[in-house]
Design a protein around this ligand. Structure first.
Ligand code: SAM
Length: 280
């Protein structure tokens, strides 16, 4: 079967020049202009043909084009009004596929806008990226969250904290939140030179797919437990969990040595302790 004809679009550099989209540091703007790289990022979630998708911060529309070329029905929210005319041109080039919301991703109800089972794909602004991720990971799981997958560009240091395994400095609350009911991996490392302007550090695309949550574990308790444990990460659990009622008993029931430090405790072990805590 012949591939579907794609609209011919002007180079992204021309779009940026035509609409005067000089990058704003305050809005975390580091644009990606390499269309092959953008197509590879849009391929990470798997086939997108006719799938709902949600993008934060389309900017001049590089990643947006790639998601649209893959055939998704996309809702994109952008805070920078200067980008709206360029995005309107993309809406015309891909009829019925793109809806742009002018607004702040921190304020809108992504589920209501994008619809259930949406793939969330974004080159996130660094200043709100982690907060948005925590929000998506903290949503209700019934038996899965409303979104199908997360494909998100972060600074490398944040990406490493998301996928970290026990034993290292990167392992902490974000790793546990990201992994206790999801699989999280670094799907692609992206050199700083790929961005315009280049940021100071390397970046990586993290791919997160949800799985059914372990039974009888409350997110609130798991969060309280990991906040206490990693609040004093160099201390033994015996010390760091002292202030959390029932936690030391729960450690004992699960069979975790209270002399261990939080960074040695696996995600599964934290989940077990939270489950027992929930019963007390
Ligand atoms: N997607 C484009 C790309 O890959 O080239 C731009 C990515 S740039 C890293 C981040 C984008 O997010 C910018 O377009 C910026 O204006 C937008 N942005 C920043 N804060 C935002 C917010 N709170 N809500 C929605 N968009 C935001």
């Amino acid at each position: 079967m012949a591939p579907e004809a794609q609209p011919v679009l002007p180079p992204l550099r021309d779009v940026i020049a035509a609409h005067g989209l000089q990058a704003s540091k305050a809005l975390g703007q580091n644009f990606l202009l390499d269309e092959q790289l953008l197509d590879r990022i849009a391929a990470i979630p798997g086939p997108l043909k006719d799938q709902p998708a949600f993008e934060v911060g389309p900017g001049p529309g590089g990643l947006t084009r790639a998601i649209l070329r893959a055939g998704a029905r996309l809702v994109a929210v952008e805070r920078d009004h200067r980008c709206l005319p360029a995005l309107a041109e993309l809406s015309e080039a891909f009829p019925q596929q793109l809806r742009v919301i002018s607004g702040d991703a921190m304020q809108i109800d992504a589920r209501a806008e994008a619809g259930d089972n949406a793939h969330i794909i974004a080159n996130l602004p660094y200043n709100v990226g982690t907060a948005l991720l925590v929000g998506w990971l903290s949503t209700e799981w019934n038996p899965l969250p409303w979104w199908s997958s997360l494909t998100l560009m972060f600074q490398m240091e944040v990406a490493e904290r998301i996928v970290a395994k026990p034993g290292g400095d990167h392992y902490g609350r974000l790793a546990i939140l990201s992994q206790w009911r999801s699989d999280a991996r670094i799907a692609m490392k992206v050199h700083r030179s790929a961005f315009t302007p280049p940021p100071k550090v390397m970046s990586a695309v993290v791919h997160i797919t949800p799985k059914p949550a372990p039974a009888d574990v409350q997110l609130k308790l798991l969060e309280r437990l990991t906040a206490a444990a990693f609040g004093q990460r160099r201390k033994m659990l015996r010390q760091s969990l002292k202030g959390l009622p029932g936690a030391l008993d729960a450690l004992h029931i699960v069979g975790i040595d209270p002399q261990r430090r939080a960074e040695t405790v696996s995600v599964e072990e934290f989940v077990e302790v939270a489950r027992v805590l929930g019963r007390s």
